[in-house]
Design a protein around this ligand. Structure first.
Ligand code: DGP
Length: 114
């Protein structure tokens, strides 16, 4: 989608520190890491948020979660654990309107939400 920064990253038009890629999924380091490991997993297909997931496109979301454990292993956090978060809409402070999942790890995370 034009003017979507994550679509541009998925297309290779904007550089990113890519950790993992397959035909449906891209994973790359977040520009503003909130943990020692902070990777964003995105479907390459443009979906605005969780609200845009449908029966027609949900296979790419499954693909993201199939990739998550591989990404965690590549980042060295699979065994100790990690957290996956997605922000949807204004109250959740979603800043990039392309569905993405934050994979956070490399440190003991709080028992609270973040
Ligand atoms: P959210 O608040 O859930 O929409 O998180 C968006 C995240 O995307 C935020 O942690 C910063 C990250 N981000 C924004 N622009 C870029 C970019 O151009 N490159 C990378 N690697 N990350 C970005």
């Amino acid at each position: 989608m034009a003017d979507c920064i994550f679509c541009k990253i998925a297309a290779g038009e904007i550089p990113a520190r890519v950790v993992y890629e397959d035909d449906k999924v891209l994973a790359f380091h977040d520009l503003n890491p909130q943990a020692p490991v902070h990777v964003l997993l995105i479907p390459k297909m443009h979906i605005e948020s969780c609200n845009g997931i449908t029966a027609e496109n949900s296979a790419v979301v499954a693909a993201v979660f199939e990739a998550a454990g591989k990404v965690a292993a590549l980042c060295g956090v699979r065994e100790d654990g990690y957290r996956i978060i997605t922000n949807t809409g204004a109250h959740a402070c979603q800043s990039v309107k392309h569905l993405h999942f934050h994979l956070l790890g490399g440190v003991q995370l709080s028992e609270n939400i973040l």
